[in-house]
Design a protein around this ligand. Sequence first.
Ligand SMILES: [Zn+2]
Length: 198
Amino acid sequence: MMTIRSQRIFNTGINSNFTLIPVCDMKSGTDTKLSYKITRIYIMQIGIGYDVHRLVKGRKLILGGAVIPFEKGLLGHSDADVLVHAVCDALLGSVGLGDIGLHFPDSDPKYKDISSLKLLAQTNALVRQKGFTIRNIDTIIFAEAPKIGPYRETMQKNLAHAVELSPGCINIKATTTEGLGVIGKGEGIGAMSVVLVS
Ligand SMILES: [Zn+2]
């Protein structure tokens, strides 16, 4: 509770947006003062992420932290988890923190073969440091093969654990590109994500 003389709304940046709501009038001697309760306005922001990695022989295929038996795996400096990379980019975008390459450069040896779920957990920490909480994450995987369905629940749980959400707040969809383009020819796998934070 705080006492002020008139109602106003002030914005001081994305981490501290408040509105003052009058809750009662009070008489104190000759002064009439309004008492206000400070209530947080839930500012909502969205972010989008997109990524593609090449499929090559001799690599494990890891999507959403799930190891999927397949003849090829995704090429990259980390474990090349294209789904998690798209989610990281969406989250970083939602709070205006650039992209995954800025925070976890592929020139840095410490990220060599790292599980991208660790990068996602660090990204979640960055989002929280900016004063935001993730509300939901939607995703699409673009792949001609393999079938994603059997691994969807595992991916959901892995992502949810990394960002401290319930699995119900994570949605994973998959589609082919009907044989068109590099993804349709099986040369790579792509992923897209949209997130909401507040
Ligand atoms: Zn990537």
